[in-house]
Write a protein that binds this ligand. Structure first.
Ligand code: HEM
Length: 451
């Protein structure tokens, strides 16, 4: 498309140097209250603003029209910017750009085909039951931590056909360190052995050992027993990719598996935690959920085929992800000049789309702070670029169907058996880390349901 060369910049805060007192004060204020800080900037400057830091330019938007351009119509003009993830995830799908991304996305996509996904439904329900088995009425727990452990077990079983239990402490600890260290600002070079750098390195070594070990073992198994090739787990699928060039190399397999591992559980876990927080805060909606589950399942465990008959359950999850989108911001780098509304995004600059702010915009979602699953009863085409928990366009989440199925099955399994109650007056505050996390966890008391 021809660029008009629109000359003026969007409004924005005072430009700063990369190392300057003003920038430090912005960063400190952001760190204290990220959502409040960004929200106030949008309130002041409008739907798009420009941050100039030294020679760097970062456009920050919450306008669905801009999202459509970035993610769909001019997606080819943008790439993924470097945000430090590549240190851990290498060239996995989440990070990769250009031909590597295109080739690997095409190769991996079939592993997420609904035929494959169907086979994961029972694992999802089983792991959920295992989590809830020790719970009694009055049990107190951190629901966020329970969900994280369970979604990790589910993704491990789906990826590796591997019961993580034997390694769960090791993997769980490494994942926590990844989440902490990747989400934290680290101004110290990696080779200096600070506590942060040592922990990050140890976590990476542990995960590498585990993932490479699983790849090598499965390759051996496939050689020794070709019938194993029928397994539906992702590792087996990826090992059998036939691209005429010997398939994915060992390092590429490791990058993809670690990416799916990391991308595939924290997001889902947080969405589920938020859904249960909202249900605990909204008894009438919880009662309507119970009625649907009773009507469709009458106490039995849900299956893949039940999902289409559980629209309210699915809408609860959709609305929880509107209010608390786990992937709260999407970033791109412009490879060329791109016109966006009345402005031109300059080649080389970064664009960040604040999904959280789009989802909370009263022009798009009336009474945006109110939890209303009914919003999703009608399929509103106007919201195509305004409701984007899984992104959009060619780089949309590859695990979206997997995640939606997992969340509905976990919700339906648990809500039939238990309710969660927050301590009186307790507020759960969203905290943007790698994903949108409930700050300080979700302390709850379990109530078992009698009916
Ligand atoms: C509620 C759960 C989830 C949410 C909210 C979520 C959200 C997202 C979003 C917004 C993107 C696009 C990012 C961008 O455009 O920059 C994305 C990409 C991705 N997601 Fe998810 N995700 C979830 C679950 C999963 C699961 C279960 C998996 C895998 C098992 C997964 C694997 C990926 C991968 C590999 C990408 C990169 C795709 C590409 O660039 O080709 N996600 N996810």
């Amino acid at each position: 498309m021809h660029t008009q060369g629109l000359s003026h910049d969007p409004p924005g805060p005072r430009p700063t140097g990369k190392i300057s007192a003003v920038r430090l004060s912005y960063l400190t204020r952001y760190a204290r209250d990220p959502l409040g800080f960004v929200g106030r900037r949008f309130a002041r400057f409008g739907d798009i603003y420009l941050i100039k830091t030294g020679s760097d330019r970062t456009y920050v938007t919450k306008n669905p029209e801009h999202l459509r351009i970035m993610l769909r119509t001019r997606a080819a003009a943008f790439g993924k910017p470097s945000i430090g993830l590549e240190k851990v995830l290498g060239n996995g799908l989440l990070n990769a750009n250009g031909d590597i991304w295109r080739k690997n996305r095409r190769l991996i996509q079939p592993a997420f085909h609904s035929k494959m996904l169907r086979s994961y439904a029972d694992i999802m329900v089983e792991k959920t039951r295992e989590m809830a088995a020790p719970w009694r009425s009055g049990t107190q727990l951190d629901l966020a931590a329970e969900m994280m452990r369970t979604t990790l077990r589910i993704v491990c079983a789906a990826l590796f056909d591997h019961n993580i239990r034997g390694h769960s402490d090791e993997v769980g600890a490494s994942m926590t360190v990844f989440q902490e260290t990747l989400g934290a600002l680290n101004l110290v070079p990696e080779w200096i052995p600070t506590r942060h750098n040592r922990r990050a390195k140890h976590a990476l070594t542990t995960m590498d050992r585990l993932v490479y070990g699983l790849i090598d073992k499965r390759r051996e198994e496939l050689r020794a027993n070709p019938a194993r090739a029928e397994s539906t787990d992702l590792l087996t699928q990826l090992l059998q990719i036939d691209d005429g060039e010997g398939g994915l190399p060992r390092k590429a397999l490791r990058d993809e598996l670690l990416t799916l591992f990391l991308a595939g559980h924290e997001t889902t876990s947080n969405a589920l935690s938020w859904a249960f927080v909202l249900l605990a805060q909204h008894p009438a909606i919880e009662a309507r959920l119970h009625a649907e589950l009773q009507h469709v399942l009458a106490g039995r465990l849900p299956t893949f085929d039940d999902l289409e008959n559980l629209p309210y359950t699915r809408n609860i999850i959709a609305e929880a992800m509107r209010l608390y989108p786990p992937a709260y911001v999407i970033a791109r780098q412009a490879n060329e000049d791109v016109d966006i509304g009345e402005y031109t995004i300059k080649a080389g600059s970064t664009c960040t789309a604040w999904i959280y702010m789009v989802h909370h915009d009263p022009k798009l979602f009336p009474e945006p702070e109110v939890f209303k699953p009914e919003r999703f009863e009608a399929d509103d085409p106007n919201l195509r670029d305004a409701y984007l928990p899984f992104g959009a366009g060619a780089r949309m989440c590859i695990g979206a169907t997997f995640a939606k199925m997992e969340m509905a099955l976990v919700l339906a399994t648990l809500a039939q058996r238990v309710q969660f109650r927050l301590p009186p007056g307790h507020r759960v505050v969203p905290r943007p880390k790698i994903t949108l996390t409930p700050a300080g966890g979700v302390p709850v008391t379990v109530l078992t349901r009698t009916k």
